[in-house]
Design a protein around this ligand. Structure first.
Ligand code: TRH
Length: 384
């Protein structure tokens, strides 16, 4: 019998969607699969609403999928801290709340949920404690990752079955494309979710002049804005433009579960950041990842670490060209245009590999379950 613990998850949306995507997935899974009592504090409910339409941006307190969703405003209300406190991605907790944590008996388990990286140092840092400099509290670092020594990846139970059922059901696929007002069949379907990328014009050029027709499906956002600039015309969500062999289909920003279906339905997915990156891997379709651009090229190390893992089983033909393309995409180099024609010749190998990769991802374990167990151990055997 699992203990029903209370959780406070703190999420600060800065300028993108990954933080709330991850925190929302975690909150949902802890309640639905572990029966936990979760309160999710979010500073920006409007961004949250774009991922989950049932969230009302105007409400300070609401219950969504059994999660208590609270607006994280200023001043922060006086509340009793939960058994387990999660700060999403190093966000700073309200001072009064931290003081209340120190005054509580027993002290809450305090976790900093970190960003995902495939770099090997993560294995040694996952789970490390960091004592508070002035209060009797210890924070633990919890790292998602690809090996069993890390916290694993967020994966709800039933994900593989739901994906396989969708991908093997032509009627479901047709209904999905119809819901987006897009016809089915014919061209290679590519979804595009990226940061502004100086390599995009070269990729668009390669797609438009290729003999293989490509439909590029782009949710509203930075990629669509850049595509509009490249095309020299504003492309509205719901509209479609033709550029030689390339057809650009602009769609609205989808909610989280519909976005999953887009990843499941496309032949290739360009993704970014953290959460879409993970979901594209679980989609079992070839992916190209753009790491969140950081100063001094730290994102290039992240991309290289992932490629070293991902491409190792791709074989000597497809592996090098896949890596060359993905590196060029992250370096924002026009070389992507040069590599595209070669890359798409390896479509079958890439598709087979994506399927195997998705199957092997379970090796690192399920993040929500590992996190719940990690916290339960610390509640049973507290440090202070
Ligand atoms: O939005 P992001 O760029 O978020 C990033 C990353 O988390 C990064 O690590 C962090 O440092 C930075 O923010 C501040 O990319 P990410 O992580 O893929 O998050 C996008 C979320 O949006 C993901 O949960 C999927 C969701 N999404 C939809 O729900 N519908 C859509 O149509 C699209 C395109 C995305």
């Amino acid at each position: 019998m699992k203990a029903r613990r209370t959780w406070d998850i703190f999420c600060s949306v800065v300028d993108n969607f990954g933080d709330i995507g991850v925190c929302w997935r975690l909150a949902r899974q802890l309640t639905s699969e572990r029966g936990q009592s979760v309160r999710l504090w979010v500073n920006d409910l409007a961004s949250f609403h774009r991922l989950c339409r049932r969230v009302d941006p105007a409400r300070e307190l609401q219950i969504v999928d059994a999660v208590e969703v609270r607006h994280w405003g200023v001043p922060f209300p006086q509340v009793a801290p939960a058994d387990i406190v999660i700060e999403g991605f190093g966000v700073r907790l309200p001072d009064a709340y931290v003081e209340a944590m120190a005054a509580r008996s027993p002290h809450p388990v305090w976790i900093n949920l970190e960003y995902l990286s495939a770099e090997s140092w993560v294995d040694g840092c996952h789970g490390l404690p960091s004592p508070h400099p002035g209060l009797p509290l210890v924070k633990h670092f919890f790292f998602p990752g690809f090996t069993f020594a890390t916290g694993g990846l967020l994966r709800e139970s039933g994900l593989t079955e739901a994906r396989d059922a969708f991908q093997s059901d032509p009627a479901a696929m047709t209904a999905f494309w119809r819901s987006l007002d897009l016809p089915q069949g014919g061209a290679l379907r590519v979804s595009l979710f990226c940061y502004g990328n100086a390599a995009l014009p070269a990729l668009v050029e390669a797609w438009s002049s290729d003999r293989l027709p490509v439909v590029c499906i782009v949710p509203e956002g930075k990629a669509l804005t850049q595509l509009s600039q490249i095309a020299g015309q504003r492309i509205e969500p719901g509209s479609r433009i033709e550029l030689g062999s390339l057809s650009v289909a602009a769609i609205p920003f989808l909610d989280l579960d519909q976005y999953d279906r887009l990843l499941w339905a496309c032949d290739v997915n360009f993704v970014r950041g953290e959460d879409s990156f993970v979901r594209a891997q679980f989609a079992a379709r070839p992916l190209v990842w753009q790491a969140y651009p950081q100063d001094e090229g730290a994102h290039l190390n992240k991309s290289a670490a992932f490629l070293a893992r991902y491409a190792s089983a791709l074989g000597t033909a497809a592996g090098p060209v896949y890596c060359a393309f993905a590196e060029a995409w992250n370096r924002e180099s026009a070389d992507v245009g040069k590599y595209w024609a070669e890359l798409r010749c390896h479509r079958d190998a890439l598709a087979a590999h994506a399927r195997n990769w998705a199957g092997n991802l379970a090796a690192g374990g399920s993040l929500a379950i590992k996190l719940a167990e990690f916290c339960e151990d610390r509640l049973k055997y507290p440090v202070f």
